[in-house]
Design a protein. Structure first.
Length: 113
């Protein structure tokens, strides 16, 4: 009797079906964890920007930058607060400085606004 080498078509299809089911379970979880990581990075970046703003005010007798341009030059583009470069939004948005008397903060500017 002659012995066959290799797999039958049914065996290959069963393996492909099992791999497809496993992939359908794993891929959505990977996509979700990527989003969670971006959210955590965004929150950490925002907190760093707020801390840099507070340090700037401490170093400048309680005064904050007057507008976005002053914020960019004094904090974002300064090696004092971010020696390895300013944090960037993981969602490709930009961080915007909002100066109001006593309520200075950094917000996120979406690309559509």
């Amino acid at each position: 009797m002659e012995s066959k080498k290799g797999f039958t078509l049914i065996e290959v299809l069963v393996v492909v079906l099992i791999l497809a089911v496993l992939a359908s379970l794993v891929v959505p979880r990977i996509a979700q964890s990527t989003g969670d990581a971006k959210d955590a990075t965004d929150a950490a970046n925002w907190a760093m920007l707020i801390r840099a703003l507070e340090l700037y005010a401490t170093n400048n007798d309680g005064s904050y930058p007057t507008d976005q341009a002053a914020f960019n030059s004094a904090i974002l583009n300064s090696n004092t607060y971010f020696p390895h470069g300013a944090p960037t939004c993981p969602y490709s948005n930009s961080y915007v400085y909002v100066a109001r008397s006593g309520q200075e903060t950094v917000t996120k500017h979406t690309s559509g606004n």
